[in-house]
Ligand binder design. Sequence first.
Ligand code: ADP
Ligand code: MG
Length: 243
Amino acid sequence: MSVTPPRLEIRNLVRRFDGRPVVDDVSLKVMPGQVTCLLGPSGCGKSTTLRMIAGVEMQDEGEIYVDGKLICDTVFRVPPERRHIGLMFQDFALFPHLTVGDNVAFGLSGSKDQKRARVKELLDKVGLKRFIDSYPYLLSGGEQQRVALARALAPRPKIMLMDEPFSGLDNRLRDDIRDQTLEVLKQEDAAVLLVTHEPEEAMRMADEIALMRDGRIVQQGAPYNIYYAPRDKQAVAFFSDTN
Ligand code: ADP
Ligand code: MG
């Protein structure tokens, strides 16, 4: 009997700054096709965790596995560009001197026709095919965000890491863009680790929530289990704080 390994698994990750652990024994799994949310207040260590997975920050302890294969421990390390990881951050900076199409094509290899076909497919999915030859400055913030999503997904990453990707957006747009983003992520069958400090966002998008505090995961489970059965007073306060 074979069991599908998690797409992403981190085991006992620790990162210290000046002797202080800011990520403190974090273990987590993300299954293919699922969105796992790392949810917690500002400063609890979410971005540091993502940076270690992306390979731009080294852990002091612990291991990272992709599809059951070790990609990083404290001695062995697959470089970031060979981890098949797509990244999206709050500051999703498109290349201003490239067209929308060329932005999306940026990380792609293959023939010109193959690249063009993939770019069109993705821009179609995010509803922006008409902008393929436009420059990013012509697009609204929400549209630019969707181009950044298309760009990150274009090379078919095994894992998408998203660090507060909606926080730069207008409140009015945010729910719609969250829904559209989720739809595209599901279509592309990405394994997603989404970082947010907003419970509402985690509730809306996650299949699984890992609640983080002071560098540790304090509770993990399906969104409604966490929402309706928060494990302690601090978790209750965090969920009822409307930010
Ligand atoms: P979050 O993303 O949850 O807001 P971060 O991972 O950015 O939290 O930061 C966690 C803690 O680690 C914070 O106290 C932050 O100041 C500290 N930190 C992050 N990066 C560094 C660094 N390079 N040097 C020293 N402290 C850092
Ligand atoms: Mg952060």
